[in-house]
Design a protein around this ligand. Structure first.
Ligand code: M3P
Ligand code: FE
Length: 304
């Protein structure tokens, strides 16, 4: 039983055409489906039907985020655990959402809607399974990341949210930031991956999305991504630089509606017996951006 990995993120956009154009042409995602009010995207090396759903709504922000569980029975077990913790759950039946079967939905203690699913429609990556090329076609537009990597949400009570993800959902704590009284200001959590984070939670307004991140294979691709962003006039928030937390190389930037995206590479390998790394509040400037060592007000901008 367990939480495997991040499967997809569902966001709202007041300008579906603008968002769709940016995620296709600048981010370089594959558009897999479009309806009147919704567009579905995936990265070129992803196997699932989609990893990003954007739906028209006058208010920009996060609808929900979905993690895949390890086995079919896990939905039932997590339903009991989440209900026992005091969070009401609902079932979304097969056929109600594109690209997946039955799912379990609930509001996490920090106010975001989380979904668990086992049954995902596998449509395959763009390389196929028959004598696949090791690289995607060279003419993919934009940054063209191979896959989505992690997301970061905010919580007024980080410790309470962390307890839920660790004790109820069984995710592993890899790093944390503590204030002078030993209270958690930020936590980095992993599912059944070897990544330092599949989701992170940092102090801020409940319900908010801070960013989601795409994986790139190395630092050289981060440099190329910066060129692509600058060429297309995208507003860069910070970077290219390095996080102290996770050690990953990174750029933060904003989509046309002001949602923060990240490209990320590197970071260390997490074994199941990984020992938690702790940052103090005083040193968290380096934890966030190791070279700059500053926490500016603008990094706190997010969407509720
Ligand atoms: C990351 C990461 C903040 C920390 C962000 C860290 C905003 O984005 O990938 O580790 O406090
Ligand atoms: Fe990040």
């Amino acid at each position: 039983m367990g939480i495997l990995r991040l499967a997809h993120i569902d966001v709202r956009t007041p300008d579906l055409d603008l968002s769709a154009a940016y995620y296709a042409e600048v981010m370089g995602l594959q558009q897999v489906m479009r309806t009147d009010d919704t567009v579905y995207f995936k990265c070129w090396d992803e196997e699932d039907h989609h990893s990003l759903r954007m739906r028209y709504n006058p208010r920009t922000g996060l609808d929900s985020f979905t993690f895949r569980v390890e086995s079919e029975d896990d939905l039932h077990d997590f339903e009991k655990r989440v209900e026992a913790y005091g969070c009401p759950t609902t079932r979304v039946s097969r056929g109600e959402a594109v690209g997946q079967g039955e799912s379990l939905r609930f509001e996490v203690p920090s106010g975001q809607i989380m979904e668990l699913v086992w049954d995902l429609e596998k449509t395959g990556n763009i390389l196929g399974k028959h004598n696949p090329s090791p690289v995607p076609p060279p003419d993919l537009p934009g940054i063209a990341p191979p896959r989505m990597d992690h997301m970061l949400v905010n919580a007024e009570e980080v410790a309470e949210a962390a307890r839920f993800f660790i004790d109820v959902l069984g995710m592993r704590l890899t790093e944390q930031v503590l204030d002078g009284n030993g209270h958690q200001l930020g936590v980095w959590l992993a599912g059944r991956t070897n990544s330092p984070h599949d989701i992170a939670i940092v102090n801020g307004p409940n319900g908010a999305l801070h960013h989601w991140a795409y994986w790139l294979d190395d630092w050289d691709h981060i440099r190329k991504a910066a060129d692509t962003l600058a060429y297309n006039g995208v507003q860069i928030d910070q970077g290219p630089t390095r996080h102290g937390v996770t050690r990953g190389n990174t750029i933060y930037f904003f989509d046309p509606l002001g949602i923060r995206n990240e490209v990320f590479t590197g970071g260390y390998w997490v074994d199941p017996d990984h020992e938690i790394i702790t940052w103090t509040e005083q040193e968290f400037g380096k934890g966030l951006f190791y070279y700059e060592n500053v926490i500016s007000q603008r990094f706190l901008r997010m969407h509720t």
